[in-house]
Design a protein around this ligand. Structure first.
Ligand code: PEP
Ligand code: MN
Length: 369
């Protein structure tokens, strides 16, 4: 059965809920570094109902000459540890050879990393080699904040016939100096969930935060946004880790973090809450009012466009736009509205208004060539 959304993107509905009802927790080291390191990290995972063990085998590093993973020889360290605790394991794959080696060694699930998702050639090669192999595949968001690229990678793997597909949100490169290693840009995974509601969504707070002091906060936020699970980098001795040492937690810290997470009510129980329903009703009303106001606003743009065209005036008058923005931001400030939020809305309205007016100018040209 296929799910078709507004953008014409279709996914197998079988992806629905394949992770189960409980939150799906993936934990394990950034990289598999030795048989002992993997074992010491995961040996107590059973106690805390970890759903899957992760470890990097081939590491995509920004610079050459940094630790690039132990490769194939590390696969049995992970697979053996996973069998011992009876929890499935997963590795990152970037090439068909990685897929073949990982599956031959007994790895249960694979994920595609952020640096691979950006490249449709690489994703297609993985899709081609996955045809006929029904292994669960997780796809991290691309490094850059491009939802279409993420969707495209999900589609390519879906079209290869994979029925257990999930997305991992690990944040986006921003070029800004932020407290995060990768900016969360929550609106992007939220939009992904709207467009592809049947694809489970996991949050990776480790790669978003790049540090451990704000990990709890991000993990909680993901749970409050109804994500289906978490991927958390865990190392029995983070300070000696060969990659991502600053962001890994010990198994004890992981268990504590999971214990602290508050799982708030599910929508089913919320819908019976009267207060919530009343506020939702008000929100619905206001949203409709906003849409009507926007439609009125665009009609005025058409009107003013006609006047300008008739009087041979320019569409854009920068001084008017400048003073309009100052005026609206002042009102917004008085009402306690976030400045950037309001500015973005004004810019969007203005952009569409210019477009509408340009169309009117074009039609005048046609009538009076
Ligand atoms: C990782 O999970 O260790 C990793 C390299 O992640 P990402 O692809 O999100 O950078
Ligand atoms: Mn890592």
């Amino acid at each position: 059965m296929k799910f078709e959304n507004r953008s014409g993107i279709s996914f197998n509905l079988e992806h629905n809920n394949w992770l189960g009802q409980e939150k799906f927790i993936i934990a394990g080291p950034c990289s598999a570094e030795s048989e002992e390191q993997v074992w010491e990290t995961v040996k107590d995972f059973k106690k805390s109902s970890i759903s899957a063990i992760r470890a990097g085998i081939w590491k995509p590093r920004t610079r050459p000459n940094s630790f690039e993973g132990f490769g194939e020889i590390a696969l049995p360290w992970l697979v053996q540890a996973s069998r011992n605790v009876d929890i499935p394991c997963m590795v990152e794959v970037a090439t068909p050879a990685h897929v073949e080696n990982a599956l031959a060694a007994g790895v249960d699930m694979i994920w595609i990393g952020a640096r691979t998702t950006v490249n449709p050639f690489a994703v297609q090669q993985l899709a081609d080699c996955l045809k006929g192999i029904n292994v669960p595949v997780f796809i991290k968001n691309p490094v850059n904040p491009d939802l279409a690229l993420w969707m495209g990678a999900l589609e390519r793997i879906d079209h290869a016939g994979i029925t257990k597909l999930a997305a991992i949100h690990r944040g986006f490169s921003s070029g800004k100096r932020l407290i995060y290693r990768n900016e969360p840009r929550w609106e992007i995974p939220i939009e992904l969930k709207r467009l592809a509601p049947n694809i489970p969504l996991i949050n990776d707070p480790s790669h978003i935060c790049g540090r451990i002091d704000i990990l709890q906060n991000i993990a909680q936020k993901a749970m409050d946004l109804e994500f289906d699970g978490l991927m958390i980098e865990t190392h029995f001795q983070p300070s000696s880790a060969l990659s991502d040492a600053e962001q890994q937690v010990t198994p004890q810290q992981l268990f504590e973090l999971l214990k602290q997470i508050k799982l708030r009510s599910t929508p089913q129980s919320l819908s019976s809450n009267e207060n919530l329903e009343q506020v939702r009703q008000k929100i619905d009303d206001l949203d409709h009012q906003l849409i009507h106001l926007l439609a009125d606003r665009m009609r005025l743009s058409q009107e003013i466009g006609t006047i300008k065209a008739q009087n041979q005036l320019t569409i854009m008058q920068f001084e008017r736009w400048r003073s309009l923005v100052i005026d609206r931001l002042k009102t917004g400030n008085e009402l306690g509205l976030d400045r950037d939020f309001l500015l973005q809305i004004l810019q969007n309205i203005h952009q569409l208004s210019i477009q509408v007016q340009m169309e009117i100018f074009e039609s005048f040209k046609d009538q009076n060539p």
